[in-house]
Design a protein around this ligand. Structure first.
Ligand code: PMP
Length: 359
């Protein structure tokens, strides 16, 4: 049965990328060696790394004074690396709290120094993005999470601030155009729009480093990784390779500008159905709805077992909402085809008309 994969991450990747990746695991570049058994310092792999870096720079239009890194430890390690590299010994940083991932980032920063919570949507289980927040002007940096994977909320623009802006873009990087110049540091786990789990993309303005006055453990020091071109230690070769293929696919699809149009259209279609269909209601505040993760609930919870069964029987994968929100979450990352969105919408319509009883 054909599967429609709405998983929140790891998630759907383009079919042709998976095909090419599986072939390269057996025989990379027709050299009768596997991609994952050659040295990361060999020319074929160094070429992969350079191509991946080049594609990131091209797709996001990244200025020259920014470095692009492929690290390990997930976005979760960046929660710690950001303050280590940017929070001065006696300084303070600010965080906008929009959910579990922000909270985890806040926890790490608190271990290192004064951490202010500037805006917080926990009063409504994070179903909205805090607005009109008062941002102090003397922070070492301001951190926010651009897309809140669990709750399906998303910043429609970056917060206005004169402080260094740090952003966790794990679940919406490469989904829409961004102006990298506005940011000091951007990080994102690969496993949504970029590739398989295993590497973390870091984009950092070189000029903001080296100012904290603290000793940074080697592996946590961005400067070390910059100086070694992400090869201070053995990089996650497979994840970087598949990321390169996915970014190549994105480029061939028309790049970020084109995928943004497609993503917005997919999201619009599904939100319209949720608002129209009498059995469902959206979770996130209308103005703050994410184009990547669409969260919704049944109006009557007692229909859950039936809708779940309908989804399972019809090849829908990964639609279950996160336990802290419940209901459903349709993650519609770049590689999810519009046909899958149409398919889900039709299923929701059949469910409303009780046509599903015939199955
Ligand atoms: N931030 C966001 C917005 C996420 O969605 C996730 C994971 N889904 C993380 C951080 C944590 O990422 P990782 O598992 O790569 O550490």
């Amino acid at each position: 049965m054909k599967k429609h994969n709405f998983s929140a991450g790891p998630c759907i990747l383009p079919k042709e990328v998976l095909q090419q990746a599986s072939e390269s695991v057996i025989n990379f570049n027709n050299d009768n060696l596997s991609l994952i058994e050659i040295s990361h310092r060999s020319k074929p792999f160094v070429d992969v790394m350079e191509k991946a870096r080049g594609l990131v720079r091209e797709l996001l239009n990244i200025p020259k004074n920014y470095s692009i890194l492929f690290l390990q430890g997930g976005a979760s390690l960046e929660f710690l690396m950001a303050p280590y590299n940017l929070l001065t010994i006696n300084g303070k940083c600010g965080y906008i709290n929009t959910g579990v991932w922000s909270e985890k980032a806040i926890k790490e920063a608190k271990n290192l120094g004064e951490t202010l919570i500037i805006g917080d949507s926990s009063d409504k289980n994070f179903n909205y993005i805090p607005k009109n927040i008062n941002i102090p002007t003397d922070l070492d940096y301001l951190h926010y999470t651009s897309n809140n994977t669990i709750y399906g909320t998303q910043f429609k623009s970056s917060p206005e601030t004169n402080n260094i802006l740090v952003c966790d873009m794990s679940s919406d990087i490469f989904s829409q155009k961004i102006d990298v110049n506005k940011f000091g540091l951007i990080y994102a786990g690969a496993q949504k729009n970029m590739g398989p789990a295993g590497t973390t993309l870091v984009i950092i303005n070189n000029d903001i480093l080296g100012k904290t006055g603290r000793n940074i453990p080697t592996m946590l020091d961005y400067s070390v990784h910059i100086n070694k071109d992400s090869m201070f230690n053995t990089p996650p070769v497979f994840s970087i390779y598949v990321s390169m293929l996915t970014l190549e696919w994105l480029k061939n699809t028309g790049g970020v500008e084109e995928i943004e149009k497609i993503n917005k259209n997919k999201a619009k279609m599904l939100y319209e159905e949720i608002d129209r269909n009498s059995l469902f209601k959206g979770f996130a505040n209308d103005d703050d709805r994410s184009i990547m993760n669409v969260t919704f609930n049944l109006v009557e919870n007692n229909l859950q077992e039936q809708f779940d069964l309908l989804c399972t029987k019809n090849g829908i994968n990964g639609l279950k909402g996160h336990r802290s929100v419940g209901g459903y979450r349709a993650s519609m990352y770049n590689a999810l085809p519009i046909s899958s969105v149409n398919y889900l919408i039709e299923l929701m319509q059949k469910f409303e008309k009780k046509i599903w009883l015939k199955y």
